[in-house]
Design a protein around this ligand. Structure first.
Ligand SMILES: NCc1[nH]cc(CCC(=O)O)c1CC(=O)O
Length: 328
């Protein structure tokens, strides 16, 4: 009989040092070191090194994101690093990872999601207000067309202003009075230990969140079986099922992170419910619907919901948005 090594001893044998790619932002580093720690605990004999890289999205700080279009703005350099064998895998905020990956790369694992919701963060002077009691003309800072469109739909009397920069920069601008309130991902604030800045979690009736928001996506070379199996060890399956449905929905609508598309997923045992919406940038039109099925058909549910919304007018809304973005 030939002796076969158990798979686990294969993947944990210290054949190489694994190089992890990360953006340099504080949030990216917190996320990357968290992933490294999870892996190090499970594979103590392997050494994991963090390599940081700047991405286009980190360098262009003065142009509205909606105008540059976002296909891979925060991921491209890391992806090139993997294809050039400079790094072995990259940790991303899943929300920033396009739904179609470059040839040769794969979404190896998705880790457990933080609260995916959007959060209201307020200037001190509004500390006794909630989103629905803020006065007319309140200046809302957001650079997300998704947040803008949904909030305009519900609160046409607010003023919206683009805000860029990392989380600390944005919060400083808020505190300096450039904005009355900001809408930010609750997950980012939580990961950076700034949960105390979360004034209100926006209910999904007011703001469906971005596809993948609050989850980390780990990408590696599709043929690197060793790295793929290491990463599978830290995958959170319920999160993966939810985000597979969300990403299939977005892919089918051919929208990036910068089109007003929002989702909400609920997983109850094996039953997955996906709610999604497409809104016009002016906040005047909004189509929203849900589908339910089993978690094992997550991607199918995403595709089904996309077709449902297209029938209800999403196609026209999306076509208009692409025209606006191209003209500006
Ligand atoms: N587009 C930027 C970005 N990418 C990931 C997060 C937050 C963390 C997450 O959603 O996982 C943010 C900031 C924000 O939307 O407020």
């Amino acid at each position: 009989m030939t002796s076969v090594q158990p798979a686990s001893s294969n993947i944990s044998s210290p054949v190489r040092t694994i190089r992890i790619g990360s953006r340099k932002s504080q949030l990216a580093l917190v996320q990357t070191y968290w992933v490294r720690e999870q892996l190090q605990q499970r594979f103590p004999d392997i050494s994991f090194e963090v390599h940081t890289m700047s991405t286009q999205g980190d360098n262009i700080l003065d142009v509205a994101l909606a105008k540059i279009g976002d296909k891979g703005l925060f991921t491209k350099e890391l992806e090139l690093g993997m294809l050039n064998q400079e790094i072995d895998f990259a940790v991303h905020s899943l929300k920033d990872l396009p739904t179609c990956l470059p040839e040769g790369l794969a979404l190896a694992a998705v880790t457990e999601r933080e609260n995916p919701a959007d959060a209201l963060v307020v200037h001190q002077k509004h500390k006794d207000k909630q989103i629905d009691t803020l006065p007319e003309g309140t200046v809302i800072g957001t650079s997300s067309l998704r947040r803008l469109a949904q909030l305009r739909y519900h609160f046409p009397h607010f003023t919206f202003k683009d805000v860029r920069g990392n989380l600390n920069t944005r919060l400083a601008k808020l505190d300096d009075g450039e904005y009355d309130v900001l809408i930010l991902a609750a997950a980012g604030l939580q990961r950076l230990g700034m949960s105390d800045r979360i004034h209100q979690i926006l209910p999904t009736e007011l703001s469906l969140y971005a596809v993948g928001q609050g989850a980390l996506g780990i990408e590696c070379r599709a043929d690197d079986l060793q790295v793929l199996s290491l990463l599978k060890a830290i995958e959170h399956i319920p999160t993966r099922d939810r985000v597979l449905a969300e990403r299939a929905f977005l892919r089918e609508l051919e929208g990036g992170c910068q089109v007003p598309i929002g989702v909400d997923t609920q997983l109850d045992e094996n039953t997955l419910t996906l709610t999604g919406l497409v809104a016009s940038v002016d906040g005047k039109r909004l189509v929203k619907d849900s589908v339910t099925g089993t978690a094992s058909e997550a991607e199918n549910l995403g595709i089904q919901l996309a077709h449902k919304l297209r029938q209800q007018g999403a196609t026209e809304i999306l076509a208009e948005i692409f025209q606006i973005v191209q003209r500006s």
